[in-house]
Design a binder for this molecule. Structure first.
Ligand SMILES: [Zn+2]
Length: 136
């Protein structure tokens, strides 16, 4: 049997879910600077992809950028000028800390507070990891 055929066969025997998970990619931030403000224009799309609460993510970003953030008609608005590359690297840190499971590296996690500690709990493998509280 050809290698390609073998590969096809192996694929067809794997459950759909495996492929859904392996397709996870950190979204690319689309941002614009207008005056002394920075807008993330695809914030909805980002939140949907990383499957996290708007509040938690925006608080993290604002804390790390040491600035304030508001939502304005489906755009996140940060005070000050922030480079796209800075926003992107913060998003990557956020995903690593609050989304991707430390054990199995899948993104199928949720954040739960228990005993006053914030945990990242994985639906795929069941692992729980305590995550950093957000900066005030
Ligand atoms: Zn896991």
């Amino acid at each position: 049997m050809e290698y390609k055929e073998l590969l096809e066969r192996a694929r067809s025997q794997l459950p759909e879910k495996v492929f859904e998970q392996s397709r996870f990619e950190i979204p690319q931030i689309r941002s614009v600077v207008e005056g002394n403000k920075t807008f993330i224009v695809n914030i909805r799309e980002i939140l949907e992809t990383i499957n996290r609460e708007e509040n938690h993510f925006l608080k993290f970003m604002a804390g790390e950028l040491a600035t304030s953030v508001t939502m304005e008609s489906a755009r996140a608005v940060f005070a000050g000028k922030h480079a796209k590359v800075t926003l992107q690297s913060l998003l990557e840190r956020y995903v690593k800390e609050y989304v991707i499971c430390n054990e199995c590296t899948k993104p199928d996690t949720k954040l739960v507070t228990e005993s006053r500690i914030l945990w990242k709990r994985c639906d795929a493998c069941g692992a729980s990891t305590a995550v950093k509280p957000l900066r005030k």
